[in-house]
Design a protein around this ligand. Structure first.
Ligand code: H2U
Ligand code: ZN
Length: 344
């Protein structure tokens, strides 16, 4: 079958972009080099960490003695609530000022934890905190989009190993979510059904790209994945934002995030780096019935804890390309152990 053996391009239904796939370069899944890069064990509390309870931050504020998930306004926020309002709009020069709020979310007071080694109950607390941020920030009339994400690991430019993520609340819907929304809307107008729910139902039939499944969620390697071990977390029932998740869905999402994190860590026996984020309904007060809540995981590793995929050369100049197919990656992830290699 050409999808398995021959060079081809695949279409990303969410963005309208194409990606090149060259499976003939690696017909068999990579089985080689797996380094056990036993990271130095981190302390539960690090007196030099600005996210650990009781320590001071760049702003001079003290991070309080928090007990579970805690958030604060980023001391180096990319967007500000109070800023000059201005614009230029000519043929060659277009710009407008933008307001916003950026926050840092500490997942846990424990410096040494990561999502895969946190307890499910602790991850539920993080998700409930995402709900709270989404619902509070969406009340502000100048906030029209909320991007929640986690940059994990030094390989992704994360500046501090303390388990944390960020929220950027924007005045304008950013480009990637805007593209995905436009595609979801186009499909919904034609089919009167959400694109990602229909796509998931097709994936559930074929099963070849599935990684994990529970009552409420599925993790799969999307047909059009770019990163070698990229995954998409999809709800089985239409739900438009994190705020709309039921307690059962919060619990199932926590469970599947942990299970996915364990597989990722087990893949190269390392604290697996990634950028992960939530895509959901804009907060502009409109309905967006086509918008399905989902999460993307974009991990950079290719062959080992050290060998990353670089998006350079052809990819910078032309388009994304991969060798190993989405189906092979899904198979590799699916077959990994569900117990963390470090034993917790
Ligand atoms: P990353 O490691 O994902 O970059 O996130 C850390 C964030 O923490 C970063 O955006 C902020 C940085 O601006 N920060 C503070 O808000 N206060 C500090 O004292 C240091 C870093
Ligand atoms: Zn810390």
């Amino acid at each position: 079958m050409f999808l398995k053996d021959s060079p081809h391009r695949r279409y990303n239904i969410l963005t309208g972009e194409w990606i090149k796939v060259s499976p003939h370069r690696t017909k068999r899944p990579w089985q080689g080099q797996v380094e056990n890069t036993d990271e130095l064990k981190r302390p539960e509390h690090d007196k030099n960490c600005y996210l650990c309870p009781g320590n001071s931050r760049a702003s001079g504020d003290t991070t309080p003695d928090y007990k579970d998930t805690y958030s604060f306004v980023n001391d180096f926020s990319a967007l500000l609530e109070d800023t000059d309002r201005d614009s230029v709009n000519s043929s060659f020069f277009k710009a407008e000022s933008e307001r916003g709020i950026c926050k840092v979310i500490c997942f846990s007071p424990r410096h040494d934890l990561t999502i895969p080694i946190m307890e499910k109950e602790e991850i539920k607390t993080v998700i409930r905190h995402w709900k709270k941020e989404y619902s509070e920030l969406s009340q502000l009339d100048f906030i029209n989009h909320i991007q929640i994400f986690e940059n994990h690991g030094a390989a992704m430019g994360c500046s501090n190993p303390h388990p944390h993520g960020q929220v950027w609340a924007d005045e304008f819907v950013p480009d990637l979510p805007a593209k995905e929304l436009a595609k979801q809307k186009e499909y919904f107008k034609k089919n009167n059904s959400p694109l990602l729910i229909d796509y998931l139902n097709e994936e559930l039939k074929s099963k070849e790209r599935l990684v994990l499944e529970n009552e409420s969620f599925v993790v799969l390697v999307p047909f059009w994945a770019v990163w070698p071990y990229e995954t998409l977390v999809l709800p089985k029932q239409q739900v438009s934002s994190v705020d709309d998740l039921s307690e059962k869905q919060v619990s199932d999402l926590a469970e599947i995030m942990k299970a996915l994190g364990i597989r990722y860590d087990n893949l190269f026996k390392t604290d697996f780096p990634y950028s992960m984020g939530l895509h959901q309904k804009p907060t502009d007060g409109k309905d967006h019935p086509w918008s399905t809540f989902h999460m993307h995981y974009f991990p950079p590793l290719l062959r080992s804890a050290e060998v990353k995929k670089f998006m350079v050369g052809y990819e910078m100049m032309a388009m994304a390309q991969r060798d190993i197919t989405a189906e092979s990656s899904a198979e590799i992830l699916r077959e990994l152990s569900g117990s963390h290699y470090r034993g917790r």
